[in-house]
Design a binder for this molecule. Structure first.
Ligand code: MIC
Ligand code: SF4
Length: 649
């Protein structure tokens, strides 16, 4: 029987379990990446686990998220990351070198390899033919120490691409069209594999735009074949030796096949406040725009910047619009600086922003009250821009430039002439200068790790209690993202200080939550979070589990839960429960007192629990679906406790 690409890569990396859809497998991880906002916790945990050196083929620590440095906190984190990297054998990409996913694709991605990253957009690497997966920092710490990464052997959805994109229609529109088909929830058991005759019409960075936003589908990852385009890209990066061809066997089979004809695609946008809320731009035409931002790990490649420059050349940004442009890496910035494209962007009236995450995570250029902001990034969750009343639309660079020039949302196919569509040829040679990537120390005993006052110890948890004397300390609705649970933006600088960061858990949902939860904890009452469908969408930030753990949350009961967040809850000893009967969600209220007995025994034996409401005896059945390995973690109170108990690493 033939194999598809997903099976080929996974099967050659399996170290435990059987390659059967739905069963738990452990895979060997070849490469890891971390970024600063999740990295400090990942490396603190790496240290706590007692490893003395990374055991991967390659591990890179990037600084791209917290680059504001309005206080000492971020700078402390950067120095900690730099010294930890030097000591343990990790490459360190300095702030200013670029966004982790963009730089990783340029300098390190290798077809056929596995990559685990402490960032949910790690699947960007699928554009170069990797199985690249986002995970919590603790999972990445374990992988750096040579441990396997555990996942459920996926269903594979094939997306067959035919035809070719029309002028002013772009890779972003392909993934927005797929989001329209698959939505943002219910896909967490799948990987997407692209194929079909149109694959060869897309460059590696265009493929990476598509796999990047696979994160918004909620799939485990997405992957493209590795072909002549991949070889050319690697050659232009001076890495032809890293090329390996990769394609599905003719007899490969798939769990589902979706066909997208690129020649019929119309430009689209994700409307507020979900990437899955996709509409055609022709339907949104005429909406006045205040801000346009081009950049982020989705759309800040050399191709995207050259397109932006060419479409802006000789024109001026509409007087009512503030346009910001953030190239994705130092390589991209240097290339457009040297070839004159940067001057075209500046001359049109754009603000040049740092080569970093910046606006995408609400770290800078927050829009004005009630503004309409059109961005090329991948998430438009409520409040993420830093301005709760803003309306954020996600679209292609083509659509963003059209909005910046015209002052309103419009279809770039109508706004520009087809004949004026700039052909952006992939460069034969990129400018290669890795001086902002620091090599680890040759003698690690000489490296002293820097720990400023912003670096706290990771908090510990106690073993799982046998009786949960619970209080529903918050009840939230559907599609609660990790941005709702643990806001980023101006709070990001507390990522290394859990005690402080925990003050902001559910800040926008219920500002009293943190205090109430801590009070409960103080009087021996366990906190329970009750949620609707698709709880924990979005980022991989394990702080959305660690901070609630610190506040004494013992269980989340949801109608359904997203993959990375669920894994993070388990890693930190919080029980991820779902309602056996989803209708019971409506019966539970905030402040209900729930008694759950025999917890340890039931988790161990039959994966089911009953919660009894103290006020009226109402009893609710809960499903706890844990693998044997996860049961051990939950009972121990998390992975770190479990490793300590086993004496294993
Ligand atoms: C994001 O886009 O939400 C982030 C910031 O990159 C996160 C990681 C984080 O919270 O640090 C992600 O996507 O995993
Ligand atoms: Fe950075 Fe935004 Fe990409 Fe997250 S989605 S890695 S914040 S650019």
């Amino acid at each position: 029987m033939g194999k598809n690409i997903v099976q080929k890569i996974l099967d050659s990396h399996i170290v435990s379990g059987a390659p059967e859809t739905g069963s738990a497998v452990g895979i060997r991880i070849d490469q890891t990446l971390t970024q600063d906002a999740t990295g400090t916790m990942a490396y603190l945990q790496f240290e706590a686990l007692g490893f003395d050196r990374v055991k991967t083929e390659l591990s890179v620590s990037y600084v791209d998220h917290n680059t504001i440095q309005e206080g000492f906190e971020n700078a402390d984190d950067h120095k900690y990351l730099e010294t930890v990297a030097a000591k343990y054998g990790i490459l360190f990409s300095k702030p200013g070198n670029g966004i982790c996913h963009q730089v990783h694709l340029e300098r390190f991605g290798k077809p056929g390899k596995t990559l685990l990253g402490s960032d949910s957009h790690t699947p960007t690497g699928g554009g170069i033919g990797m199985i690249a997966i986002g995970a919590g920092g603790l999972d990445v710490a374990v992988a750096m120490g040579g441990g396997p990464f555990y996942l459920t052997y996926p269903r594979v959805v094939k997306v067959e691409l035919t035809g070719a994109l029309r002028p002013w229609v772009s890779a972003k529109d392909v993934i927005l069209a797929l989001l329209e088909i698959l939505g943002t929830k219910g896909n967490s058991d799948s990987m997407v594999e692209y194929g079909g005759p149109a694959v060869e019409t897309l460059s590696v960075p265009e493929r990476a735009t598509i796999t990047n936003m696979g994160a918004e589908l909620g799939v485990i990852t997405s992957v493209f074949p590795s072909d002549e385009k991949t070889r050319q890209f690697l050659k232009a990066q001076g890495r032809e030796g890293d090329y390996a061809p990769l394609s599905a066997d003719a007899a490969a089979s798939y769990d589902r096949v979706i066909t997208i004809d690129l020649s019929t695609l119309e430009p689209r946008a994700s409307c507020p406040h979900s990437p899955g809320n996709v509409k055609k731009l022709s339907e949104l035409k005429g909406t006045k725009v205040d801000q346009v931002l081009i950049g982020s790990c989705t759309n800040a490649s050399y191709r995207d910047m050259m397109l932006t420059a060419a479409a802006l050349r000789g024109k001026k940004v509409s007087s009512g619009v503030s346009l910001g442009v953030a190239p994705g890496s130092r390589q991209v910035l240097e290339m457009i600086g040297r070839n004159g494209a940067l001057a075209d962007i500046v001359s049109a009236g754009a603000r040049i922003l740092e080569t970093a995450c910046g606006f995408c995570i609400g770290n800078s250029v927050a829009p004005r009250t009630d503004a309409v902001s059109v961005r090329t990034s991948n998430r438009n969750f409520f409040g993420r821009s830093g301005t709760s009343s803003a309306q954020v639309f996600l679209a292609s660079p083509e659509a963003a430039v059209a909005a910046a020039l015209s002052g309103e949302i419009c279809d770039p196919v109508d706004y520009f002439k087809a004949a004026d569509y700039p052909r952006i040829d992939a460069p034969e040679e990129f400018i290669i200068d890795d001086t902002m990537i620091l090599a680890p120390a040759s003698d690690s005993s000489q490296v002293k790790i820097f720990r400023g006052p912003n670096i706290g110890d990771p908090p510990s948890n106690e073993a799982c209690p046998d009786v949960i004397n619970g209080n529903v300390s918050i009840k939230v609705g559907d599609k609660i993202t990790t941005d709702h649970i643990m806001p980023a933006g101006s709070r990001l600088k507390y990522r290394s200080n859990i005690q402080k960061y925990a003050e902001f858990v559910f800040e926008r949902e219920d500002p009293q939550f943190s205090k109430r939860a801590l009070d409960n904890k103080g009087r021996g009452v366990h906190n329970i979070i009750v949620a609707g469908e698709s709880y924990g969408q979005g980022s991989s930030r394990e702080h959305a589990a660690i901070c609630p753990m610190y506040l004494g949350v013992k269980m989340v009961i949801a109608i359904s839960m997203e993959r990375i967040h669920r894994a993070n809850l388990v890693n930190f000893g919080i029980i991820p429960a779902t309602f056996e009967n989803p209708g019971d969600y409506a019966l539970i209220n905030i402040d209900d007192e729930l008694l759950i007995s025999g917890v340890r025994n039931h988790i161990y034996k039959d994966n089911g629990l009953t919660a009894v409401r103290k006020s009226d005896g109402l009893s609710i059945r809960l499903k706890i679906e844990l693998t044997e390995r996860e049961k051990g973690m939950i009972l121990a109170g998390g992975l770190i406790n479990q490793c300590r108990m086993d004496g294993s690493k």
